[in-house]
Design a protein around this ligand. Sequence first.
Ligand code: M6R
Length: 368
Amino acid sequence: EKGGYEHFMMKEIHEQPKAVKDTLNSYIKGEGEQKVIDLADVGLGEEEIKEIEQIYVVACGSAWHVGMASQYVIEDLADIPVRVELASEFRYRKLPVNGKGLVIIVSQSGETADSLEALRLAKQKGLKTLAIVNVVGSSIAREADHVMYTFAGPEIAVATTKAYSTQLICGYLLAVQFAKVRGLIDDEKYDYYLEELLALPEKIEKILSDKERIQWFASKFSNAHDIFFIGRGLDYAISLEGSLKMKEISYIHSEAYAAGELKHGTISLIENGTLLIGVLTQKQLYEKTVSNMTECKSRGAYLMGLTTYGHYEIEDHADFVVYIPKADEHFAGSLAVIPLQLLGYYTSVAKGLDVDKPRNLAKSVTVE
Ligand code: M6R
């Protein structure tokens, strides 16, 4: 049942190229330059898309991290303001609604109690709701106005990998389609984004083929007390996910920080040998994050850099570097997250922990 892998998590990590491809192929229709994103199954029409004035992405855990990443992509491409909310917070706040809002609930299981209640609240407020869900027929899928399924297949390991990756894809597809419908990108740019999206599965495959290097690195740091992940913009969103993967299955305390925020307190935790991982896929933010990394190095941190092929000058600063293939920067997170999933996985294995069923956690959190 684990397909020859030792754990479901590793099997699911390896299923990502296919899961991503299946999700892309479910929404991208047509051949060659005639390819289009088709949201007919989601039931989100052009008029409805044009009317959206505000988007809320509401979710928990890794699904919330998908919201964080989607925020950057939707705001950048489609120019619609996006707020990302933890479902357990969204529920208990007054929510002033001005104008036409779309609430996107992201949930693998479709049964997370807080996410379900947040969906119900949004509906009560008269907001349109769209659920990005993996489990067909789940409560959230049944109650939302629109459903965009992720085609990840069943996910068994508590730590999500392929569901997260397919949720990201849904976020990108919505961003590109919203941008197109609202007249913000021309046909050429649209085709380019679709090609870039369709190229992701092969690039993920390529990263997976080099996993032994990450395994080696994980064994070096499996006794760490703290690990810090930093990045700016989309790289911050990916850092959040990398950090959660690490802590939930390896039980090593870790934090993700927006790189510029580190020096407002957290940098005092850096000691000799503390591992700091810098995510560097966004060209415009690259230098700034590198400079935050070197600040930590001068305080004793051991630096791992995660960047795209070509940025070889990073080796002047970082002690260990992982390169990922180039992709359009909006979608680079889908690649950057893979080594971070592997790092969490191999650290857990090196510590002899129960990778698929970490302590105190359930796959689906149906309590509030
Ligand atoms: O089923 P959901 O997507 O609603 O679950 C949300 C979170 O509980 C989930 O993503 C959790 O954070 C994962 N264990 C992270 O790997």
